[in-house]
Design a protein around this ligand. Sequence first.
Ligand code: 9MR
Length: 405
Amino acid sequence: MKFTASFIALLSVVPFAAAQVAEWGQCGGIGWTGQCGTTCAAGLTCTVINSYYFQCLPGVRPLECVPPPTSSVPTSTASSPGSSPTVSGSGLNADAQAAGFKYFGSATDNNELSDTAYVNILKVPSQFGQITPANSMKWDATEPTRGQFTFTGGDQIYNFAKANGQIVRGHNCVWYNQLPSWVSNSGFNAATLTSVIQTHCSTIVSHYKGGIYAWDVVNEPFNDDGTWRTDVFYNTLGQSYVAIALNAARTADPNAKLYINEYNIEYPGAKATSLLNLVKSLKSQGTPLDGVGFQCHFIVGQVPTTLGQIMSQFVATGVEVAVTELDIRTTTPASTSALQQQQKDYQSVVSQCKATTGCVGITVWDYTDKYSWVPNTFSGQGAACPWDQNLVEKPAYQGIVAGFQ
Ligand code: 9MR
């Protein structure tokens, strides 16, 4: 379903007039004709349950009903009748939700939001029910200088998603990469680095309080051999930095799901074992942790059939899991047979997640080869996404559809 221009306008300009919807009453959502977030009785918050149903619940006002700063939302992102392409079938997010998932989503980046043809696909909620900012909520983007926070890029993507009824995964609080040198080369002692982590995580999580489905609080803590990654966090604080970040995030937004996000854990091995042991240890200590993200940056023909099995091991510890950064690369230009294999590979990932109780959603690390990170990192590799360079659906699209059946 596509938002009408009037609904978007309503989200953007509604005044904060008080009205009196009681607890549990509806206060917004697709097709609802009232005023989003403005009609809950005192002490209640208009909370997004899903795109179609916002409900008055106890708490503070979330960000989804705050008017987006119009200067940061490109006009090309506004819905208008007839501006969206036809969705093949029901749409991937609609298929995902029909299969019991919370969402099917995509990563995106700020520069891509000025590409009208790209945006016209990204904004369709039946296609993408969830958005992850690929870069603009990272440390270098949000706190390039100690104590000076900028949310311009993050807000643009956040507001885009909210305007289209899409939930947001925050990415990320603590990661060795895209880390400003004032953190990585600081020489901070343990007490100071603890404070730096707490300030960073609590500030960015607080900024979006009530409006983010899940945060990748800790990203990629392990090396592929299962040893701890020896970044500034581990070298200064040992593994305690994980709990420091998770606790700060929980305090900042008690309703956001808190994740550890990792790659190369989709098959049995030292890395999956180390992360599983960390999750068990955190849970046994009562550290807040709600989910584990399986990035799933795969290679055509090499998608692990163990994904569902490993996910289940994590779910058994009491967390949910999600496919957070899916793409399946091949040698470019992609051959017809590679694209056919890729279709099967996408289907395999989706069906393994579907078969796993506790796998809540799937995010592709951008939906189109036009904006994939892969060719920049793996020379001669690419064609990893379900849409091609020209925003045309590849066989992989039907693989995803089939996986949800
Ligand atoms: O997609 C991101 C790309 O634009 C950046 O250049 C890159 C730099 O580290 O990060 C990419 O996203 C990564 C994500 O944040 C964490 N998992 C691996 C992703 C692909 O590198």
